[in-house]
Design a protein around this ligand. Structure first.
Ligand SMILES: NC(=O)c1ccc[n+]([C@@H]2O[C@H](COP(=O)([O-])OP(=O)(O)OC[C@H]3O[C@@H](n4cnc5c(N)ncnc54)[C@H](OP(=O)(O)O)[C@@H]3O)[C@@H](O)[C@H]2O)c1
Length: 250
């Protein structure tokens, strides 16, 4: 039993306590991965998610880390390896999503978004490539990376940068490590400032979905299925799957 547990692959999922990150943790746990669940502020949600995984026969440990703290991010993978002794998959899912404009906002918004949405994934990717040597990295992007009109300039720029990093790292980290991405479209309404689901604006996504080719919003399973496909297909690297109902095409 102990040997079987050591043989099981391990996945680190950032921002895994709730919403899309939680769904990724559940999907990977169902597929047999041991889960290293990273969280920032959502300690109670992280504990509940880990408990749910364990109750369903999975293995999960939780790892708090402020992704805007470079030193803490540099130590995160080492903490995971201390606990699980191997790492096979890295999912960079955590993200800051706040309105900002290139004209109005100062350096702060850019710095905050780049720290969490670009630099932290980059540090984790580099540590992963060095320490794991082989495996798979998946960065969670956003269908809006194909656009230039936005009310979230710093967020969008950080995701565009992460998209380019995905492709460059796919080349540099090959042949041992594959690097891919999933770009979700309308999946969940934005989280409230407190971190909980925003229900102040019911029907928000449904209204936006009228402009999407498939005329409906997506489900978290559309994101997790794309993640599982990218992990399974060992001849795919440097790809971005748009789980967005065709929104990136229009
Ligand atoms: N929701 C959608 O429909 C949608 C659409 C397009 C793209 N996406 C992308 O899909 C991914 C997941 O989306 P989501 O809506 O589920 O994300 P989210 O709820 O907005 O954020 C995910 C997690 O990021 C973590 N995080 C933020 N700042 C952090 C920091 N400084 N340190 C540590 N953790 C931090 C938070 O963890 P804690 O709560 O533990 O602090 C948060 O729960 C994101 O990359 C997002 O850009 C989502």
């Amino acid at each position: 039993m102990k040997k079987e547990s050591v043989l099981r692959p391990t996945a680190l999922v950032t921002g895994g306590a709730q919403r899309i990150g939680q769904a990724i943790c559940y999907a990977l746990a169902r597929s047999g991965y041991k889960i290293a669940l990273h969280y920032g502020h959502s300690a109670a949600e992280a504990r509940q998610t880990a408990q749910h995984i364990r109750e369903n026969g999975g293995v999960c440990a939780i790892f708090p880390c402020d992704l805007s703290d470079k030193r803490a991010v540099e130590n995160l993978l080492g903490r995971v390896l201390k606990k699980f002794s191997r790492i096979d998959v890295l999912i960079n899912n955590a993200s800051v999503f706040e309105p900002s404009s290139l004209k109005k906002d100062e350096h702060d918004a850019m710095k905050r978004h780049f720290a969490v949405n670009f630099h932290a994934p980059y540090i984790l990717m580099r540590s992963f490539a060095r320490r794991a040597g082989e495996g798979s990295i998946i960065n969670i992007l956003d269908t809006h990376i194909v656009r230039d009109k936005t009310s979230h300039s710093a967020y969008l720029l950080s995701k565009k940068a992460l998209a380019e990093l995905t492709k460059m790292a796919a080349v540099e980290f090959a042949p041992g490590v594959r690097v891919n991405a999933v770009a979700p479209g309308l999946i969940l309404p934005p989280a409230s400032p407190e971190g909980g689901p925003a229900n102040q604006n019911p029907g928000y996504l449904e209204r936006l979905a009228k402009d999407v080719p498939l005329k409906r919003k997506g489900r978290v399973a559309n994101v997790t299925d794309a993640v599982l496909f990218l992990l399974d297909n060992d001849y795919v690297t440097g790809q971005i799957i748009y789980a967005d109902g065709g929104e990136h095409l229009i």
